[in-house]
Ligand binder design. Structure first.
Ligand code: CA
Ligand code: CA
Ligand code: CA
Ligand code: CA
Length: 346
């Protein structure tokens, strides 16, 4: 999948560093006028509702068996005046409706949830392993398909990862990954993974971009949510989703020390010259699974930093954010607290 919000990130990064506008001042795209997001969304939502009311899927297929694939999901157009065939369900009668605000516009998007998945759910900043197929609501053309599992960072850091469309950041964390996998002649089979279809307006996808072949394209993604990995973009020990301090599903607008580097890519979040990593307390847990030992349950504000497994013995290093002076601000975000845990311990 190409990078939906790539341009946005460039704008954000540019704005962070030199305060230039990506649109108004760029002579190359000076004559380009982007549609108003709210007006475009009205049209897009009508198109999607039309589609959902005139297409059905093979619902009874999923009532038996397990580990169905996205390729098993067959969506067909209902000819006018005809009844929905037995064993099928009209999409509009099967989808969940969700709302969200993005770039100051209100959006609706729709999810056909076929299997929730039995593992845990990724966060909006995580790396997900998926299989999927993307097509256009308007013409049905498939513009992207990944039958071989692909790893994608839901949110990019603008340096070496560039993130997915907003719809993915919203939808993927609402599904769970698999419970695990088995190997069958070298083929990996995932068990009980998230399986669904999302129907998304252009404003939560590529909007005026032409990644899919045309601008303002409303998209359908059939997908399998197979596995995920927690991402810590700056490697400071605090997972990126935790660095979204105001919990608005954006990591670009949280900048504790106002140095124009948002916390998720800032090694010293509070700007007190002690790195965030050094303001966290480390703990090493050794779990001998041969002895039936189980993994520790982590405290609030404690995060796994590394894990090594060797002959059934798991060594887990965690970091924990403390609030030493109990003022409600964690040390790594409190410029008045400059305890370096790594200095003291060595
Ligand atoms: Ca971090
Ligand atoms: Ca935020
Ligand atoms: Ca900062
Ligand atoms: Ca600091």
């Amino acid at each position: 999948m190409k990078i939906s919000t790539f341009k946005l990130y460039l704008c954000v990064l540019a704005a962070l560093t030199v305060f230039i506008s990506c649109e108004e001042d760029d002579p190359i795209i000076n004559d380009f006028v982007e549609e108003d997001r709210t007006e475009q969304q009205e049209k897009d939502n009508d198109s999607i509702l039309d589609y959902l009311s005139s297409h059905y899927y093979n619902s009874s297929f999923f009532e038996t068996g397990t580990d169905h694939k996205y390729t098993d999901i067959i969506i067909s157009e209902l000819p006018e005046g005809e009844d929905v065939p037995d064993g099928s369900t009209l999409l509009i009668d099967a989808v969940e409706t969700h709302t969200t605000e993005f770039l100051e516009a209100d959006y609706e998007y729709y999810i056909l949830r076929i299997n929730q998945g039995g593992g845990e759910a990724p966060k909006f900043t995580d790396l997900v392993r998926v299989r999927y197929e993307g097509s256009s609501v308007e013409d049905g053309d498939v513009f992207d398909s990944r039958i071989t599992p692909l790893d994608l960072a839901l949110v990019g850091n603008g340096i070496n990862t560039f993130g997915t469309i907003r719809a993915w950041q919203l939808v993927m964390p609402s599904f769970n990954a698999s419970t695990g996998f088995s190997l069958d002649n070298g083929v990996v089979n995932y068990n009980n993974f998230g399986l669904g279809v999302m129907f998304v307006p252009s404003g939560l996808a590529y909007f005026s971009g032409i990644t899919t072949g045309s601008s303002y394209d409303n998209l359908i993604f059939k997908f399998e949510m197979l596995q995920y990995e927690t991402v810590d973009d700056d490697g400071d020990g605090i997972p990126s989703y935790v660095e979204d301090l105001d919990a608005n599903l954006s990591v670009f607008d949280d900048d504790s020390d106002e140095d124009e580097a948002p916390n998720f890519i800032d090694l010293d979040d509070d700007g007190d010259e002690v790195s965030t990593f050094n303001e966290l307390e480390q703990t090493i847990y050794i779990v001998d699974t041969n002895m039936g030992e189980s993994e520790p349950i982590l405290d609030a504000n404690e995060y796994e930093f590394s894990r090594i497994t060797n002959a059934g013995i798991i060594t887990i290093t965690t970091v924990k954010a403390l609030d030493t002076n109990s003022n409600g601000i964690l040390d790594y975000l409190d410029e008045d607290i400059t305890i370096n845990y790594n200095e003291t311990s060595s």
